[in-house]
Design a protein around this ligand. Structure first.
Ligand code: GLP
Length: 290
């Protein structure tokens, strides 16, 4: 962890000054958990609480990611569902992204990932309520415009869960993507293809060079955004998200402008935070209910 920059007294006063409503609606939350399993449990409990509290006839609209970060959350949500503790009958999902040109049955398509890791394990998820961009479309622009329109037809997304790339990308919005971008085609950087090549036989060339992705603006139109950041290799991205300037270089930093942003992370990812920031969030979270 880096040395302190912010005055602890200021942090303390900020805590005292903030009332519960402000904390709920206006402050970025950073929920630090000891390890990956606890981070996932916290996130699953949070999502479950939000779904259960949703009493409208209108479905609860949940945005979902792929990647290794959310796997533990999916396991816990599926466990709750199978145990009869949580229903997905009134939940509509929208995934964040999909590789262009990978068919559903390809084991690295995000369609395959989502069914394999989550949807196939739910007892009451309605297939017609699952929305994933179609990477095999012959009209990507229309596919993306229709996706935005469909999200809007549900009145927007209630809670968008996500992971983050080591370069801070949100969905497939690589560095310098506009912070107000909408769903569209994205070119992937060499860095991202190298990182993701672990799932493609360690061959970066085997990773598709393009994807369909919701935009930063699409994610930030959601009422709440819950981002999972774990492991040492995400430490720079976590620091950029929480302490950095809001910039296109780190698309994750746009979270600072969102009124319902929650980051949950493990200790390992905190290595680039200043001591004051780290202590501040541990302190303020002590008085925060779920
Ligand atoms: C991919 C996905 C992102 C995801 C990121 C991090 O690039 N498009 O949506 O957040 O990977 O994945 P992981 O959780 O495996 O580190």
């Amino acid at each position: 962890m880096k040395c302190a920059q912010m005055n602890p007294r200021r942090a303390e006063n900020t805590v005292l000054a903030a009332n519960a409503a402000e904390r709920e609606n206006n402050n970025m939350r950073v929920v630090i958990q000891e390890n990956y399993d606890k981070m996932c449990k916290w996130a699953a409990d949070y999502i479950a609480a939000k779904i259960k509290a949703h009493k409208d006839e209108r479905p609860f609209v949940l945005g979902l990611p792929t990647g290794s970060s959310p796997i533990g959350v999916y396991k816990e949500l599926a466990r709750m569902n199978q145990a009869g503790e949580l229903s997905f009958a009134n939940v509509v999902t929208f995934n964040r992204d999909e590789y262009l040109s990978l068919p559903h049955e390809h084991d690295q398509s995000y369609w395959y990932f989502m069914h394999d890791n989550f949807f196939n394990h739910l007892v009451d998820m309605k297939p017609e309520n699952i929305n994933i961009l179609n990477g095999m479309t012959d009209d990507p622009e229309k596919e993306c415009a229709d996706y935005e329109a469909k999200i809007a037809s549900y009145g927007g997304i209630d809670l968008f869960m996500g992971g983050i790339g080591v370069d801070g990308h949100i969905a497939f919005n690589e560095p310098y993507n506009s912070l107000s971008s909408r769903t569209g085609v994205r070119n992937l950087t060499t860095d991202t293809r190298i990182v993701n090549s672990r799932l493609f036989g360690n061959d970066p060339e085997a990773v598709p060079s393009q994807a369909l992705s919701v935009g930063v603006g699409t994610v930030f139109d959601s009422k709440e955004v819950l981002i999972l950041i774990n492991e040492h290799n995400k430490a720079r991205a976590l620091a950029a998200t929480v302490e950095g300037e809001v910039s296109q270089k780190w698309t994750c930093s746009a979270l600072q402008r969102h009124n319902g942003a929650i980051i949950t992370c493990d200790e390992a990812a905190c290595g680039e935070l200043t001591v004051d920031t780290y202590k501040y969030f541990l302190d303020i979270e002590r008085t925060q209910r779920l």
